[in-house]
Ligand binder design. Structure first.
Ligand SMILES: [Cu+2]
Length: 702
């Protein structure tokens, strides 16, 4: 094996070199840069390609998610299947050998991790699942074949039935069992749809089927395993991918439209679209006694692997301790690569970057800074020198970015910011713009202990470098990017919205500080609409007991009620038609609240002193909550002693699903609760098909 595969540098692509671009042929520049950077270049995740679906006949194979008009009369069902309705993605889940770049040694570490396999996965980034695209109105099947067979000396060990720990099913367990969650999708949680209460065990194949409703908003979502007991371990292995709902519907008098129709250049071409999937793969190498190999010293940072060893994720002792991530010395990767170069960007052009926090351990404060001319190649800077590197070369004014969606859901107004803060599970859709050719530092800013999922202070880190080539002359709006973006969006609205009255409204909105009111799919929930008592929720870690208890407590219940996850207990109930407020707090640590199926609208966030924290410029401002008021989300960080109010509707989907902390090892250890949505019985209760208690559950909730 090659123990020290040195990643090729980007020295030939420094700002100084770019300044010479006018004098040397641009193609030669680009070729030299591209060759040097090929080893560690950013690439969008591969697109998942549909597989032939042998179970259903069709006239032509779909070449990708397509939008087609249905023919006026359908041929016989045996001979025709609308390709929109017939998309199948196939994955096998296996132990996989690969490499991950290690900035401490400037070499590649060998790793052996659980991962998705399929024809569309890039063998160079095996620990990154491909991007799945779905269209509203489409039914998509995702076939999962669990082939997680343990190997020893090249032989497959016999599969034994995994035993849930007798003592406590909230002790992480059964690491080879899996299932699937489509995070943020507004779909059924039941049966073979977005059901995380099932297990797909080694040797078993199961097809999930997602009927995406025709009124589902287009946006940025993601998918990952969600089997209680193994979720964190599998997601920490890189088992996650982007899930994009794609559409280009114009708004009408009574329906919202997709932001996609506004994000276009002057020629009507969509802004370049990038997915930035952040992962935090916390692998370790073990000595012959089964102990993690650490650098001798007080913290043991970083964890080390010797030549020939494979990094692994064996169990939760390497994941769950709050200080372990920092001590491991691992880095957040983008699309399966550590500190990649994001190449071939064009000065003066807008791009849409879809940020997805698919990690578990560290908050991401995403920022872009110009890199000063003359900086050495960052790929030659070992980890211990990177803080100094950033202080010297990344010091300047952060670039503005225009946030258009949170958690895949379009904002009511474009939010201009220099920092996008993401907690595990979050997404942010940003329009980015590089004013001039040169290199730019893509930075994860510092975070306080209170703002970190690991509850330890996070230092500034380099996520990658954006390499920007000279671009075309400024178009409409001149060199002022705010003005240009506004002009482009207005022109796109003018081109793409057929209804004149709606078009006028959208253009008036855009002229008024980039409002997007016709692009928000969920209507604001007014106080008068609330029709049921609020849900009270308090995250807590009880550190007075061993093992610690990870709780989702319900302050509305009498004291003594256990908030630790119990699969057979329904913790919260509601009925279709309910419109409800949720009041969230945390009595120990900070926890990202995530609930499946129905997104929520953020009403207020106040700190311990009862002061609102969401407005920049106010004394209690907390950048973790910048601009969240009135926005729709599916994941929201709940800081210790903060009080958060959200509102949600139960409009369509019945069945059982979960809410949980998105620090996934907290979830695996019990910080999760079952939610059951039923049908009203017409006289103030819930209709029961099999008598009180429904499916034989305890009803511990409301
Ligand atoms: Cu938590």
């Amino acid at each position: 094996m090659k123990a020290h595969v040195r990643t090729a540098g980007l020295a030939g692509f420094s700002l100084a070199a770019l300044a010479l671009a006018a004098m040397v042929p641009a193609t030669a520049q680009a070729q030299a840069g591209a060759a040097a950077a090929a080893q560690n270049a950013f690439a969008n995740p591969p697109a998942a390609l549909p597989e032939p679906d042998a179970d259903r006949p069709r006239v032509s194979a779909p070449t990708g998610p397509v939008l087609e008009t249905l023919p006026a009369s359908l041929p016989g069902a045996d001979t025709y299947v609308d390709p929109r309705q017939n998309i199948l993605y196939k994955f096998s889940i296996e132990f996989t050998e690969g490499t991950i770049r290690n900035p401490w040694t400037l070499s590649q570490d060998k790793v052996l991790l659980r991962s998705y396999h399929g024809s569309s996965i890039d063998p160079n980034t095996p620990f990154l699942a491909p991007t799945i695209t779905m269209r509203p109105g489409q039914t998509v099947r995702i076939s999962l074949a669990n082939n997680l067979f343990e190997m020893k000396d090249g032989k497959r060990l016999p599969v034994e039935k995994c035993k849930v720990p007798e003592k406590d099913m909230n002790i992480p367990h059964c690491f080879n069992e899996t299932n699937l969650h489509a995070h943020g999708l507004w779909v059924s949680p039941s049966g073979n749809s977005d059901n995380v209460l099932i297990s797909i065990n080694p040797g078993v194949k199961f097809d999930y089927e997602y009927a995406v409703p025709s009124d589902h908003p287009a946006g940025t979502f993601w998918y990952h395993p969600h089997k209680h007991g193994s979720t964190a371990l599998q997601v920490s292995s890189g088992m996650d991918g982007a899930l994009i709902i794609k559409d280009d519907r114009a708004p009408t008098a009574d329906k919202a439209g997709d932001i996609d129709i506004l994000l276009q250049d002057a020629a009507g071409k969509a802004f370049a679209d990038k997915v930035l999937m952040f992962q935090q793969v916390q692998y370790a190498c073990f000595d012959k006694d089964g102990k993690i190999q650490k650098t001798p010293g007080t913290t043991g940072q970083p964890w080390i692997c010797n030549a020939g060893q494979f990094g692994e994720i064996r169990d939760y002792s390497q994941l769950a301790n709050g200080t372990n991530w920092a001590n491991s010395g691992r880095f957040t990767s983008i699309n399966g690569k550590v500190q990649p170069g994001i190449l071939k960007l064009q000065a003066g052009s807008f791009e849409r970057w879809r940020l997805i926090h698919g990690g578990v351990r560290e908050a991401i404060a995403f920022r872009l800074f110009p890199m000063k001319p003359g900086a050495p190649d960052w790929n030659t800077q070992p980890a211990e020198k990177q803080a100094e590197f950033m202080r010297t070369w990344c010091a300047g004014t952060a670039l503005p970015m225009w946030e258009v969606a949170l958690d895949g859901l379009t904002r009511g107004q474009v939010y201009r910011t220099t920092e996008a803060r993401l907690q595990p599970g979050y997404r942010a859709d940003l329009v980015v713009y590089f004013p001039a050719a040169g290199n730019y530092c893509v930075v994860d800013g510092a975070s306080s202990a209170l703002g970190s999922p690991s509850q330890t202070p996070e230092a500034i880190k380099l996520l990658g470098v954006a390499v920007v080539e000279p671009g075309a002359a400024p178009g409409p709006g001149g060199a002022d990017p705010d003005k240009r973006l506004q002009e482009l969006m207005v022109a796109a609205a003018d081109r793409n919205i057929p209804d004149d009255k709606v078009k006028r409204q959208v253009i008036d909105d855009l002229r008024a500080d980039l409002k997007l009111s016709k692009f928000v799919w969920h209507k604001t929930i007014e106080t008068a609409e609330l029709n049921t008592p609020p849900q009270l929720l308090a995250f807590n870690i009880d550190i007075n007991v061993e093992p610690n208890k990870f709780e989702v407590n319900n302050p509305a219940l009498p004291p003594g009620h256990s908030g630790v996850y119990k699969p057979s207990r329904i913790d919260r109930t509601a009925n279709i038609g309910d419109v409800q407020e949720w009041r969230l707090t945390s009595t120990f640590g900070g926890h990202p609240f995530h609930i499946h199926v129905n997104p929520f609208q953020v009403v207020s966030v106040v700190n311990k002193a009862g002061k609102p924290v969401t407005d920049p410029g106010t004394p209690d401002f907390d950048p973790d909550y910048a601009g969240v008021i009135n926005q729709w989300k599916d994941t929201l960080f709940v800081k210790r002693d903060y009080h958060i109010v959200t509102r949600t509707r139960y409009e369509r989907y019945i069945g059982e699903y979960v809410l949980h902390c998105h620090i996934l090892d907290h979830e695996d250890q019990g910080m999760m609760a079952n939610v059951s949505i039923g049908i009203p019985d017409g006289v103030g209760g819930t209709a029961e098909a099999h008598g009180p208690g429904g499916m034989g559950h305890d009803h511990g909730g409301m």
